[in-house]
Write a protein that binds this ligand. Sequence first.
Ligand SMILES: [Zn+2]
Length: 74
Amino acid sequence: MRKKTVSNLAGPLETRVYRRRVTCPACGWHLIDACHREPIDITDLRSSQEVSWEPDFVARCQRCKNEFGIRKKN
Ligand SMILES: [Zn+2]
């Protein structure tokens, strides 16, 4: 009989790294998890034509389909 490895791994993986929910600024949908405690910059790439900083990541909201540029502040 095989062990249920999926359920066994779920617990340790969740607690192994620090994670914090980053939600969509437009609709509140859960975009990504941040693994650091420092604040992040997040901007709507569609509404703002000029962004003064280069995003490290681009996340697309699954609910409202907006795209957001994300970067660490430090
Ligand atoms: Zn959204």
